[in-house]
Design a binder for this molecule. Structure first.
Ligand SMILES: [Zn+2]
Length: 233
């Protein structure tokens, strides 16, 4: 299988509806990208981080972005589970950040996610960013909406352990919830690792709807010499 590389990425925008979404969905991939390319700028946005969870969200984001260059954490306080009711306001916020943040790579929720807040963020990401590489991450949940992802990032066991340890340590307020379990996260990482034949056995998975190919300058000059389109002009 020919592998994709994150080598040209200089700036990443991470969009999560709730505190802990980004960590669960793309935390391992972000750790791995930053370990391979320290100094990449990261803008981290959580749309619903109430006072009680704001501290957890900030502390966790700082740990996941430890190796980044410029970093910015933005916490909003839209009411959890009511994002569709604030659609206009959230869209206005997207209009604001799309002029301020011009990322090479965006992590956002999956468009088919069963959680209404996640879907709103996914939909508005695609509305605001129309010339960007967008990877949609997955969140295991009660609704059972896991699908068939098409973009896999193999991760070493040590990276997975780092991800899960940080989540478990930072989000103490979630510990009583049945879904909040290290085993849940290990299970999904192992399953996605199996599905992509990961050499490390583990992987995070994403939905990539569009990816554009670019050519190096040598190829471009050859094409210009022989282009049938050129001769028809
Ligand atoms: Zn969420």
């Amino acid at each position: 299988m020919h592998d994709f590389h994150f080598d040209d990425i200089r700036s990443i925008l991470c969009l999560g509806a709730h505190a802990d979404d980004l960590e669960i969905g793309c935390g391992g991939t972000l750790l791995k990208i930053l370990a391979n390319h320290p100094g990449i700028d990261v803008h981290w946005v959580v749309f619903s981080a109430s006072e009680s969870r704001a501290h957890e969200a900030t502390a966790s984001a700082e740990r996941f972005m430890e190796l980044s260059g410029q970093k910015q954490v933005t916490l909003r306080d839209y009411r959890d589970s009511f994002f569709p009711a604030f659609y206009g306001s959230i869209k206005e916020y997207f209009e604001q950040i799309k002029d301020e943040v011009r990322p090479d790579l965006i992590f956002t929720h999956r468009r088919e996610d069963m959680h209404q807040d996640h879907r709103v963020i996914a939909e508005l990401t695609w509305c605001a960013y129309r010339d960007h590489l967008i990877l949609e991450y997955e969140i295991p949940k009660y609704e059972g909406d896991l699908g068939t992802p098409n973009f896999f990032v193999p991760l070493e066991e040590s990276v997975c352990r780092h991800k899960i340890k940080t989540i478990m340590e930072c989000f103490k307020s979630q510990r009583e919830k049945r879904w909040f379990s290290a085993v849940t996260y290990w299970a999904l990482l192992r399953l996605r690792g199996l599905e992509c034949n990961s050499p490390t056995r583990f992987a995070e998975a994403f939905y990539c709807r569009k990816m554009r190919v670019s050519w190096n300058s040598h190829n471009r000059s050859l094409l210009n010499q022989t282009s049938p389109c050129k001769s028809e002009e």
